[in-house]
Design a protein. Structure first.
Length: 464
């Protein structure tokens, strides 16, 4: 079962969330940055920089008002009768020289606005117990010298810095985000594209390696499967092409020898009319033998290609295969005895009915028996058995003759493979017999195997 993978939609959602948090964080960071810078640069403009306690002295005439003056502030000393006994610094002329109890509490203590005059000050108080007076320190709420222009232009610069900072961090954030997005989307696409390009250029061994768990991974798998299928097909095609080439070479080679002999001897006969009847007959026999061999080769070749063709259909009929085997064996007994072979036949007494093509199966089994008789010396024992095993018919054709060397035996069912590789006509075979037998058995959905080695005989097992 295919593993459930994270989808691109999830990836997109993750990216969107990340972008959302990134922009929010940038915004918050920009605000904090601007406020901090603002507080630092506007500090001097808004907060009261000095308190009454800090400058208190028993002798109020000695009070140092340098710092107070810097901020356009003033100090007042008020005695216990609310009289202003001392005043220094920048103060408005209309400040009262005596406070009423009401004014004293409203204006100074509670910092309420008086209708009498514009009182826009930060106040700070300090009571001197020793001398029984109150020190009032007033700093105007407006910037120094009432410089609003400077204040507002500083605010504007600050706002501008804030905006610049916001956009700057936003650009950096966007670059980081685009890099991350690229890693998730563009990089896998590039890798897949490169692989597809290689495949398109004919390198079917290309496999895409990608570590991710989303649709890109599915795409990568699909491309890899496609490439391996094409590679497999191409290899098969090349192999088939190679087999076809080899087959044509083998056919032409095998046909050349008998035909050259036919042409040579017939030429000789035509050009020498004075030959004796005996000589003529000898050469005619050679021509006949070679013509038969060429004919056998062409017939076998035709048979082989017929069984190999996809369009060829067997004439299947359900028949008793035991009866079929008995008939074949009976037809071979005279030849077996003539060649002085020993034999054992063990055909099941019980009828075994299977669907097979009598004529083709005759060809397949006959090939094996003929080979046994053809390639082995007299006194060889030929064993033929037919049994029912595991619901299948098992035919064994075995001899204890010369056998086939193991290295050749592995290819013996391929066309034109023979132990006698010199390919002369001595043994008379075409090298197509076993290839045809195998094709026929396979057409019947059966199998054929061979157990053999040099001097160990041959054991052909057919299962149908
Ligand atoms: P051929 O037409 O040459 O007989 P086959 O495909 O039938 O072609 O056999 C291939 C080769 O296998 C033969 O040339 C022969 O050398 C070897 N062979 C086949 N059957 C036997 C056997 N029973 N004993 C020894 N050699 C065999």
């Amino acid at each position: 079962m295919r593993k459930k993978r994270g989808t691109l939609a999830n990836l997109l959602l993750k990216n969107y969330l990340f972008l959302y948090f990134l922009t929010t964080a940038i915004f918050i960071f920009s605000v904090i940055f601007t406020v901090s810078v603002g507080r630092f640069s506007l500090k001097n403009l808004s907060d009261s920089p000095v308190t009454a306690d800090q400058i208190m002295k028993d002798n109020y005439t000695n009070i140092d008002i340098t710092k107070v003056s810097q901020y356009n502030g003033f100090v007042e000393i008020i005695d216990n009768k609310y009289n202003v006994v001392y005043r220094k610094g920048f103060f408005k002329k209309d400040r009262p020289s005596k406070y009423t109890s009401q004014q004293y509490h409203d204006l100074l203590i509670n910092n309420l606005k008086s209708s009498d005059y514009d009182d826009n000050y930060y106040y700070s108080f300090s009571y001197n117990k020793n001398k029984d007076f109150l020190l009032v320190l007033g700093i105007p709420k407006t910037p120094p010298n009432g410089n609003y222009d400077e204040f507002y232009s500083k605010l504007a610069i600050l706002f501008f810095i804030g905006v610049i900072f916001y956009f700057f961090t936003l650009i950096i954030g966007t670059i980081i985000f685009s890099r991350l997005t690229s890693k998730n989307f563009v990089t896998p696409l590039k890798i897949i594209l490169k692989g597809v390009d290689n495949i398109a250029q004919g390198d079917y061994s290309t496999r895409i390696h990608l570590k991710c768990r989303n649709e890109f991974s599915n795409l990568k798998d699909a491309v890899n499967i496609m490439a391996s299928k094409i590679e497999e097909e191409t290899n098969l095609k090349e192999k088939a092409e190679e087999t076809r080439r080899r087959l044509i070479m083998d056919i032409s080679h095998d046909l050349k020898t008998p035909l050259a002999s036919v042409i040579g001897y017939s030429d000789f006969l035509v050009n020498n009319p004075s030959l004796s009847l005996q000589e003529r007959s000898k050469y005619l026999q050679i021509i006949q033998r070679n013509s038969i061999r060429a004919n056998d080769l062409i017939t076998d070749l035709f048979e082989f290609s017929k069984f190999e063709s996809y369009t060829f259909k067997l004439h299947l009929k359900s028949e008793n295969i035991c009866e079929f085997m008995r008939e074949i064996i009976a037809s071979y007994i005279p030849e077996i005895e003539e060649k002085n072979f020993n034999y054992n036949f063990d055909i099941s007494e019980k009828d075994i009915f299977i669907a097979f093509d009598w004529k083709s199966m005759d060809r397949a089994i006959s090939n094996l028996i003929t080979n046994g008789l053809k390639y082995n010396p007299p006194k060889t024992t030929l064993n033929i058995s037919l049994k029912q095993r595991f619901g299948k018919a098992e035919i064994i054709i075995q001899d204890d003759g010369v056998g086939i060397p193991k290295d050749i035996a592995k290819d013996i069912f391929k066309p034109f493979v023979r132990v006698d590789s010199s390919r002369n006509s001595q043994s008379g075979g075409t090298g197509l017999g076993l290839a045809i037998t195998k094709k026929i058995i396979e057409k019947h959905d059966g199998t054929i195997t061979l157990e053999t080695d040099k001097n160990k005989g041959c054991k052909f097992t057919i299962t149908l």
